[in-house]
Design a protein around this ligand. Structure first.
Ligand code: MN
Length: 243
């Protein structure tokens, strides 16, 4: 059976047509997973109490991109550069992450997802990178599937070992980044300005977070299939244990 991979979504209030909240994320995440041999399933932001049951039926979890994490979750007041936040999504995703770690299934966090992982592990975020001296452009203007900046990887990271080299070219669509690192995480990738672009869990089943969007790139840039392939490789390793 193909592994079932749970994908988190955004809750988005419609402003035309039927007045309701849509559960949304990019179809390109599901396409990348289906291409890699998984069965992707998107899940709405429901009560955190349901997270454990969702995780019991899944073989892996992807925390997808989206809005900013509410700074109250890492002990800060909102600063002027903070964008839209959704506490309901934050709380459901953190519950999914904790349940996944408890059960021992692999987790991949993409863009907002790396930030949710960090906050769930007790870390903090830079609320707005802005245009401080020495920073690269992290909110690239070309919104197509094109590369923007380079990420240097730790030689012994799972990404570098699978790539067979110490750097990867990525896209960049974020205005926030990890500040203080959460527990049990290791920084494995940075852009040349020092911004944290990739983390791994230091123990247990795979935790991989990337600050870029491989789901936008995998068709034209085969290296960007790697985060999805590593997730599914980890599923193979954990299923032998979980049964
Ligand atoms: Mn970046």
């Amino acid at each position: 059976m193909k592994p079932l991979v749970l994908l988190s979504t955004a809750s988005s209030q419609r402003d035309s047509g039927l007045r309701r909240v849509d559960s949304l994320t990019g179809q390109n995440y599901s396409e990348a997973l289906a291409d890699a041999g998984a069965l992707p399933v998107m899940v709405s932001n429901l009560a955190p109490q349901l997270a454990r049951e969702f995780i019991e039926r899944a073989q892996a979890l992807i925390l997808t991109g989206g809005a900013d994490v509410d700074p109250q979750l890492f002990g800060e007041e909102p600063l002027p550069g903070l964008g839209h936040v959704d506490l309901g999504r934050d709380e459901f995703e953190i519950a999914l992450y904790r349940a996944a770690r408890e059960r021992g299934i692999p987790v991949l966090g993409i863009c907002r997802g790396i930030q949710v992982i960090n906050v769930a592990e007790g870390g903090t975020l830079i609320q707005h990178l802005g245009d401080s001296e020495g920073l690269l452009q992290h909110d690239q203007r070309n919104i197509g599937p094109v590369l923007s900046h380079t990420v240097s990887l730790e030689p012994d990271s799972i990404l570098a070992r699978a790539l067979g080299k110490g750097s990867i070219r990525t896209n960049s669509f974020h205005h926030q980044a990890i500040k203080d690192l959460g527990q049990g995480l290791r920084v494995v990738g940075r852009s040349s300005d020092g911004v944290i672009e990739a983390v791994e869990g230091s123990a247990g089943s795979l935790v991989l977070g990337v600050q870029w969007h491989p789901e936008m790139l995998w068709r034209g840039h085969p290296e960007q299939r790697l985060p999805f392939e590593l997730l599914l490789r980890a599923v193979g390793e954990t299923q032998a244990v979980l049964g």
